[in-house]
Write a protein that binds this ligand. Structure first.
Ligand SMILES: [Zn+2]
Length: 229
């Protein structure tokens, strides 16, 4: 069966199909099933002097594919592991791993689930400052906010939310700003199959396709399965 014959609900684990979304903050959409818990987290943070501000939320497959392909073509900057612009490798495998340093594989980004968001403390953000989502911000201007969240996550008192990209888990760089509503993402990822993802790639115009397909098992071990938590 081609993936194009699949039902919308069966495509949700890959960021395809039509999830039921709600605009939680200006222009930021999330899966409707996380809304009430996200509102509770929002209220808790407010009571404690913080202001939950989303910097990223739902991002469909097509959007991730466009980021991936533009980085591969040199239309978007490719950054090395230190965040500095780098030369575009000629070798397809090197190019793929270079993109993976900062961008998820389309179909394997958790942002397409609508359960994952990138967050900062709006109250700690200096006027006119453009948030970059960097480790320095997490330990700098947003340190108090993240410390508060850490304590809630550790005590399991965050309405189902937790961090995903933490040190020592998989090969994706730690992302302190990224949190997920785990009960909902678990339910959605229950239907994930690597074979289906393979068929999606086969049918798509995706840069580095040959090497993605030949390395898919090891890519999944390093960049996908460790985050099915
Ligand atoms: Zn994120």
């Amino acid at each position: 069966m081609s993936f194009t014959d699949m039902e919308s609900a069966d495509l949700l684990p890959y960021g395809l199909g039509s999830p039921e979304l709600v605009e939680f903050q200006n222009g930021y959409f999330v899966c409707k099933d996380i809304c009430s818990d996200l509102a509770r987290l929002d209220a808790l943070l407010k009571e404690n002097g913080f202001r939950l501000r989303l910097e990223s939320a739902y991002r469909p497959f097509e959007k991730q594919l466009s980021i991936w392909n533009r980085k591969a073509r040199g239309e978007l900057a490719l950054l090395d592991e230190f965040g500095k612009p780098m030369q575009r490798p000629q070798d397809e495998e090197e190019l793929m791993y270079a993109i993976l340093t900062w961008s998820a594989l389309p179909g394997a980004s958790r942002h397409h689930l609508g359960t994952d968001i990138d967050v900062v403390d709006g109250n700690a953000c200096p006027e006119g400052y453009e948030v970059q989502l960097t480790p320095d911000e997490c330990t700098g201007m947003f340190a108090k906010f993240h410390k508060f969240l850490d304590a809630r996550f550790a005590a399991n008192e965050a309405f189902g939310f937790s961090r995903v990209f933490v040190p020592g888990r998989g090969k994706i760089k730690p992302e302190g700003w990224h949190i997920a509503h785990l009960p909902t993402s678990r339910r959605l990822l229950d239907g994930f199959s690597l074979d289906t993802l393979r068929r999606i790639y086969e049918a798509m115009d995706i840069a580095c396709k040959r090497v993605i397909l030949s390395r898919l098992d090891s890519l999944a071990e390093d960049f996908i399965y460790p985050y099915f938590i």
